[in-house]
Write a protein that binds this ligand. Sequence first.
Ligand code: ADP
Length: 372
Amino acid sequence: MLSRSATGQNRAAGGAAVSIRNLCKRYNNFEAVVPTSVEIDSGDFFAIIGPSGSGKSTLLGMIAGYIDPTEGQIMVDGRDIVPEPIYRRNIGMVFQNYALFPHLSVAQNVAYPLKIRGVAKDEIARRVRESLAMVRLEAFASRKPSELSGGQQQRIALARASIYHPSILLMDEPLGALDKNLRDEMQEEIKRFQQELGATVIYVTHDQQEAAFLADRIAIMRDGAMTQIGSPRALYEQPNSRFVAEFLGEASIFPVKSASGKQAGQPCQIVLEDGTQAIIRTDEDAGPGRFACIRPERVTVGPKARGLDNTYTGIVRESLYTPGSIRYRIELNGTGSTLKVRVLPQGDTEVFETGSAVDIGWSTDDMTILRE
Ligand code: ADP
């Protein structure tokens, strides 16, 4: 649906709400995507991350229409699109390999989706100008794709995918082929672009930082299932499993041997497999088979650690000063277990060298209990 904004430009009236219901894909007896249900709000930036082979592309392919689901529905603004062919779905797609037509100019590439929809010539010319302006490549209209950098080609792919104002944009590793600096720059570009377009974006990446930067919500896939869905912050601070904690951000994770004195909301004592004792607060079962997790920035190093609920001595095994943060690997109490630590230096923060003996500690609320 199009609306004419105050500036006279056509814009997508907004994104579509996507409701995925028991969507599943089986190849013979193998479930590439197990029955999956998720609600994605209109205009949301929804990222899907997970290791290779976890089902990300299969899920995206079913939404796009080039993979037939074994079962389930994909409701877009209340209408099931599964029976609809690709070209009727009003979904824009951007992939890692830009898939631009090499023999066509930039303008002809961007115009292509409108041309095959039979849009009038002058309308096409106007919309191509508008789309190229959105990705800031107006000056490149007559070039061939081979005369552009990787980042510029990907911006053309964005312009082409959005020129017919799709209410949903699917992106599969769109920055996968770009180097680190360009990726960072393009992340900003994609965010700005989505906000301007208003489309609902479903974005597949294996890069957790990219997902955390871009997305309102992230789904983490494992063995064909969305194992946890939440805001980047919720996934980082309240991972529901060891898998999620390790996949999103850094963590030190230790197997738990036993727990005692556990009462809802009250601190309890746990003993780790290496013999370390800690007082924590958790609503989870903290017994054997579970894991204790602490994020690197939750560990306090130096004299301030002494006043905390859990204090230990440690030996710095690695010390790395980088602009903006100090990173340590610290051996705990001579147990052989090591903790990852990250300190944001203030003006007077002491930097401990490798081999130093240090106090380390954390509070009851800093350690969380995870299942496998
Ligand atoms: P990801 O995008 O997360 O890397 P995919 O969605 O591509 O994962 O694949 C999920 C699983 O489904 C993988 O184990 C893959 O080997 C399997 N798979 C994908 N396509 C087919 C197919 N056409 N036939 C059989 N198995 C497939």
